[in-house]
Design a protein around this ligand. Structure first.
Ligand SMILES: Cc1cc2nc3c(=O)[nH]c(=O)nc-3n(C[C@H](O)[C@H](O)[C@H](O)COP(=O)(O)O)c2cc1C
Length: 217
């Protein structure tokens, strides 16, 4: 039988996943979230308290934790306004919990929410118990640096958005440097690829956020 650590979850490591839940209106919601192993049956999520995922975890008490390395899924679920309906058809219902699953995920864990604590004002700690673990057979893929670099840039971009809203210009500059480094990696190993396309979209989005902020000042 599959165990959580077979999927790469570990006590001392933050692994990146996409958490899927149903919204109040029963539409599917998906968001990238870091996940850590607590013990052989439990995982910990740390959602920001303002996130839809946190509201859904509290209200529904169940979720699916999807395992994927697909940068497009990270991009389109972190910046849902960019997906423009392209997420339609991405989900189906899980087998034992009332939550959606990403159909193309490499593996997924159906979970029930346990303890919720808020050690920091802005971020919660949500303990999830695995009820069922599924994994697909997958042909090994040769490692491409652009995959990690693109996902890394997406993480930084989610923070750029938050810091721009707070007017924290120094933090924004530091993150932009990191995004540039990752964009250079992508352009070096995978120019004209789907990864380069995501990086272009990120640059366009950040420009848009900057303009919106300037128009508010
Ligand atoms: C790889 C990756 C990991 C992330 N990890 C977290 C996390 O652990 N907690 C969190 O609140 N947001 C995290 N984020 C940001 C959220 O996914 C992002 O803010 C998202 O828009 C929240 O969507 P929601 O409001 O539908 O929950 C992460 C983003 C990426 C790209």
């Amino acid at each position: 039988m599959l165990k959580l650590n077979d999927l790469g979850f570990s006590r001392d490591i933050i692994t990146e996943t996409i958490v899927t839940t149903y919204n109040f209106d029963n539409t599917p919601n998906a968001a990238p979230m870091g996940t850590t192993l607590l013990n052989s049956q439990m995982l910990i999520l740390r959602p920001y308290v303002v996130s839809n995922t946190f509201a859904n975890l509290k209200a529904r008490g169940v979720a699916v934790i999807n395992v994927t390395e697909d940068p497009w899924l990270y991009y389109s679920t972190a910046f849902k306004e960019e997906a423009c309906g392209k997420l339609h058809g991405t989900f189906r219902k899980a087998s034992v919990v009332n939550a959606p699953v990403i159909k193309s995920a490499d593996a997924w864990v159906e979970v029930v929410v346990g303890r919720i604590v808020t050690p920091a004002a802005d971020r919660a700690e949500v303990t999830c118990k695995a009820l069922r673990i599924h994994a697909r057979k997958k042909v090994p893929q040769a490692y491409c640096r652009a995959v990690g670099a693109t996902i890394e840039a997406i993480v930084h971009a989610t923070r750029v958005k938050a810091y721009l809203e707070k007017g924290a210009d120094e933090e924004v500059s530091k993150l932009m440097e990191k995004i540039k480094y990752n964009r250079d990696v992508v352009n070096h190993v995978a120019a004209n690829s789907q990864y380069a396309h995501i990086m272009e979209n990120l640059a366009r989005l950040i420009e848009l956020w900057r303009k919106n902020r300037e128009s508010l000042c």
